[in-house]
Design a protein around this ligand. Structure first.
Ligand SMILES: *Cc1c(COP(=O)(O)O)cnc(C)c1O
Ligand SMILES: [Zn+2]
Length: 424
């Protein structure tokens, strides 16, 4: 077994360090906290450790997160709250690649995680940390997937969970999970941005451990999406990684993972990040187009509820991620998101609307010539198709939301009726 790596928790803004076992998720100066690692080995030796950890079962290394534990949370590898999670597939579908105009387009499907979204990768680490701290309760604001994930992991850890969601704006599958897994579910009369403000106030006032994506351990877990992807590419990175962007925690995590992987000799060069927003919730894309002068929050509106966020909390870290990887930020219209979703769904893969933004964005970047036809592109599908059954019903119903809806057919219970459908 390897000795643990050195880990410190540092404020982004003032550089002050925090003890590892602290319930604070922000510095006293208000800055965000970051976990800093110094691995004991790098390059080939570090790659080999991850490879060796890969197939040992059953053990913590059955998790696609804890396999990378020594650069995630080395002090908690033996007592993680884990399902396990991760180990999500990379898929290539010729029809989808052709539609995007990129032969080398693959999708990595984070909807294959235990609660159906990538949020499980951050939550296993954050809830593990909550248990190490002896937290009396855990809480988050959420557009739905964070609350579903927290509800599940908190149940496993035996810690009461409180989730804040915007009333009437959470997809059905996600709300169902929060209730089913037993989280106290608070429907806030307001939007996600109101929920986030409220939960931070409540955390400070009531001493509840916050596991929103500003929680430094969430980012550490979410880094493993990239680490696992790089490993699936045999550490020969793709040219581009495209992901949907809302609160920007994941964009920040991807940037950190890539910078670390490069600095530690895991990969020879950096892929470029493409962060994709919905046009009605695109303050990050707007700031990018102005040279990242400043973030101007917006009133967010989009059918892709997971990225319906107007004041992203991890803005500055996401700027760093885009800058460090020579990345781009763009926005796509809801109709393009749904058209991409229809293609992903019809390929037999399926995803929730926000995830489809990654593929819609890849296609748009190919059209505008930013992505070359021969580039190798990985788009991250962040959530499962069953998260949002309501939108599927609307897409394929009378709503006319997509070009070629697959309408259900009502028939009489006769063979003639079936024949008529087949012939017609
Ligand atoms: C949370 C989430 C996102 C957005 O991630 P951020 O870290 O908020 O930018 C995108 N898609 C899905 C399905 C999500 O659950
Ligand atoms: Zn500080």
């Amino acid at each position: 077994m390897s000795e643990p790596t050195a880990m410190t928790i540092v404020c982004d803004d003032c550089g002050t360090t925090q003890p590892e076992l602290s319930t604070r998720t922000r510095c006293t100066c208000g800055g965000l906290l970051l976990v800093r690692h110094v691995p004991t080995v790098t390059g080939d030796a570090l790659r080999r450790r991850f490879d060796d950890a890969c197939c040992a079962r059953p053990s913590r290394t059955a998790s696609g997160v804890w396999r990378f534990g020594e650069i995630v949370q080395p002090l908690a590898m033996a007592d993680a709250v884990s399902h396990p999670e991760g180990n999500t597939p990379v898929m290539h579908r010729a029809a989808l690649a052709a539609w995007a105009g990129i032969d080398g387009l693959v999708v990595k499907h984070e909807g294959y995680n235990p609660t159906g979204s990538f949020k499980d990768r951050g939550m296993t680490v954050a809830v593990t940390q909550a248990r190490r701290l002896g937290a009396r309760a855990v809480a988050c604001a959420s557009t739905g997937n964070t609350s579903a994930s927290l509800a599940s992991y908190a149940a496993q850890a035996g810690i009461p969970a409180l989730v804040f969601v915007p009333e009437g704006q959470v997809a059905m599958g996600k709300l169902a999970q929060s209730l089913a897994y037993g989280a106290r579910t608070l429907m806030v009369r307001g939007d996600f941005d109101d929920c986030l403000r409220l939960v931070q106030e409540a955390g400070d006032a009531l001493g509840i451990y916050l596991v929103n994506s500003i929680n430094p351990f969430r980012l550490e877990g979410q880094k493993t999406i990239v680490l696992e992807l790089l490993r699936q590419f045999d550490w020969d990175p793709p040219d581009w990684i495209c992901l949907p962007a809302g609160n920007l925690g994941n964009t920040a995590a991807f940037g950190k993972a890539l910078e670390e992987a490069h600095a530690w000799g895991l990969i020879p060069r950096l892929p470029r990040l493409a962060a994709i927003q919905a046009s009605g919730a695109a303050p990050f894309a707007a700031a990018f187009s102005r040279g990242f002068d400043t973030l101007v929050p917006v009133q967010a509106e989009t059918l892709a509820t997971a990225i319906r966020i107007g004041a992203p909390a991890s803005y500055r870290r996401a700027v760093r991620a885009i800058t460090a990887t020579n990345g781009v930020v763009l926005h796509v219209e809801d109709r393009d998101i749904l058209e991409a979703k229809a293609r992903i769904d019809a390929a037999g893969i399926g995803c929730e609307p926000a995830s489809a933004a990654a593929v819609a964005g890849a296609r748009a970047l190919r059209s505008s010539g930013v992505i070359q036809p021969t580039d190798r592109v990985a788009a991250i599908l962040t959530g499962h198709v069953l998260k949002d059954p309501g939108i599927v019903e609307r897409m394929h119903g009378a709503g006319g939301l997509i070009e070629a809806p697959n309408r259900p057919v009502t028939i009489d219970p006769t063979l003639e009726a079936i024949s008529a459908v087949i012939d017609g």
